[in-house]
Write a protein that binds this ligand. Structure first.
Ligand SMILES: [Zn+2]
Length: 95
């Protein structure tokens, strides 16, 4: 019976030793990589949300619409986007 206990103990020790060697090896490798490089300055792409697909509000009829196809008008208050030329004309005339 004692032989089995020894065998199990040796087996567990062997697994722990193997794991310790493996983890320490990968850890030293990754830290080495991190220490060596470091030149790229934040070139992260924010995927999917273009400025052209931004939603804006028609100031005349309060409809939300996409900038992309909307007629726009720029004045001293900024650029405004409209659902159609009717609202654009109303805005120009009415203020
Ligand atoms: Zn409108």
């Amino acid at each position: 019976m004692r032989l089995i206990i020894y065998a199990v103990a040796i087996y567990i020790f062997y697994i722990l030793l193997k794991r310790a060697l493996f983890s320490s090896g990968t850890r030293s490798r990754s830290t080495g990589e991190r220490g060596g490089g470091g030149g790229g300055g934040g070139g992260e792409k924010s995927g999917g949300f273009n400025a052209a697909e931004e939603t804006v509000q028609d100031p005349v009829c309060k409809t939300f619409l996409l900038k992309e196809n909307a007629p726009s008008h720029t004045d001293s208050r900024g650029t405004h986007y409209f659902c159609g030329n009717d609202c654009l004309e109303k805005y120009k005339n009415g203020g």
